[in-house]
Design a protein around this ligand. Structure first.
Ligand code: HEM
Length: 243
């Protein structure tokens, strides 16, 4: 059957920029994180480890700023930037999911129901990764936003906190240092486990995108570059299907 399609603007410049900055930042963070996690195997020295952690944290700031920007536009943005359009919490989501599973609807203006679940999982995990990463950066190499607080908490001479350097015990109170490491523990555990979850979910997201493209044929990948999908005419005219 020949389906008439029309070009429909779906993803704003903000969403597309967020997506591709996020992809680049996450890939860099995964690559550097893998070397840090397997430092011994790669023969990384202490100085090398500090350098890698510093680069990891700087890329982490780009990732965090980009993610915070996305989280904010979920509340204040337009159309498909907003949470009720992209997350699986809208009224009637269950029915949408059943319809999707039965293959009754073949094109979606925003994410399909499976896409909504995946986006919720990715954004939630990335948020946990951002928060745990910022805490670890403070306890490890004493970087902002929490570094100053942790350095003060472990300093013997509070007037000479500049003497405290990563992996050095100069001016460090051992008991306070151990207390700081205890605070750090749950954050590092979360950071490592979420890292593994993302390693699993990212390929699943890409496989999902490929399956959706083969099934829906609306050019969803190029839509993440130019903003436009090619939707069957009925889909765009029917308001109940504007999801
Ligand atoms: C590090 C890897 C990736 C991560 C973490 C990621 C994450 C995300 C997130 C969070 C969204 C939701 C965008 C929003 O509403 O703000 C999204 C959507 C999307 N991503 Fe990715 N992405 C990754 C890689 C890719 C790649 C390589 C492709 C291309 C093959 C891709 C294609 C898409 C598409 C087409 C959508 C929209 C899906 C739809 O129309 O329902 N992503 N991605």
């Amino acid at each position: 059957m020949n389906i008439t399609r029309e070009q429909v603007f779906v993803w704003s410049r903000k969403i597309r920029l967020f997506h591709w900055i996020n992809v680049i930042a996450i890939l860099l963070l995964i690559a550097i994180g893998t070397i840090i996690l397997n430092g011994k195997m790669f023969g990384v020295s202490t100085d090398g480890k500090i350098l890698l952690k510093t680069i990891h944290v700087i890329v982490g700031y780009v990732f965090a700023s980009n993610l915070i920007f996305r989280l904010i536009i979920g509340f204040v943005g337009k159309s498909n930037e907003r949470w009720h359009k992209i997350l699986p919490f809208n009224k009637g989501f269950k029915a949408e999911l059943i319809e999707f599973k039965q293959g009754k609807k073949l094109a979606y203006k925003g994410h399909n129901p499976a896409g909504k679940l995946m986006i919720l999982a990715l954004l939630s995990l990335m948020t946990v990764q951002m928060i745990s990463g910022l805490v670890i950066a403070g306890t490890d190499i004493y970087y902002p936003p929490f570094g100053h607080y942790f350095v003060e908490s472990i300093a013997i001479d509070k007037d000479n906190i500049a003497a405290i350097k990563p992996y050095s015990k100069v001016n460090v109170d051992e008991a306070s240092y151990q207390a700081m490491r205890e605070v750090r523990k749950p954050f590092i555990t979360a950071h490592v486990y979420v890292f593994y979850c993302l390693l699993l979910l990212i390929p699943l997201h890409i496989i999902g995108v490929i399956i959706a493209e083969r099934r829906e044929k609306t050019a969803i990948v190029s839509a993440m570059f130019n903003g436009y999908k090619y939707l069957p005419k009925e889909t765009t005219n029917d308001k109940t299907k504007d999801s």
